[in-house]
Design a protein around this ligand. Sequence first.
Ligand code: DX5
Ligand code: ZN
Length: 218
Amino acid sequence: MSERIIKVSPSLLACDFSRLGEEIRAIAEAGADMIHCDIMDGHFVPNITFGPPVLAKLRSICHVPLDVHLMIERPEDYVESFVDAGADIITIQIEATRHPHRLIRRIQDMGCKAGIVLNPGTPEISITYLAKMVDMVLVMSVNPGFGGQSFIPEMLTKIRNIRDMIGDIDLEVDGGIDENVAPAVVDAGANVLVAGSYIFNHHSYHEAVQLLKAAGNP
Ligand code: DX5
Ligand code: ZN
């Protein structure tokens, strides 16, 4: 297993939203490389979270890059608002738009990084012609909508296949990641780990982030 530098992107979905500002500062101090913001609209996924105004407030108190995961219908109607709010990277679900190639270019032309996301049931082949143009590929290892679900082991094969397709581009994995699952996910080719409940339920955010990063140096 070769050594890989791992970036950790804690998912705010599992934080205490009544203390959002404090949670953001704590997670930044704990060594988060990015902050994963799960945007849900109650249509693409059966849950609703927050939108651009909240993101803009987060931006104003935090310098860690904001990793904005759009789980919404018609993402083309909203990407500009999220760029204006301060997103550093926007990932769009391949299943949510008819013109992913055009949308990725639009996001990048606005000066923002762009990534593509695949749900567990979506095959690798769906991103063949996007693989070299995106700044990141995100493999969902649970069905999106809720935190605290179990990692789907079959996704390890998909992670391996996508790593072969994309070369050195960032490969993020999201859903059910903890210190036990992380080594296999990294071994399969991931270099960016999203974790919500594992980090925010840990007694030490710092320890949790470092344990995930250690998955790159077994
Ligand atoms: C699921 C979200 C994930 C989720 C991860 O729809 O995209 O980011 O919050 O949470 P855990 O780490 O608890 O599976
Ligand atoms: Zn997510």
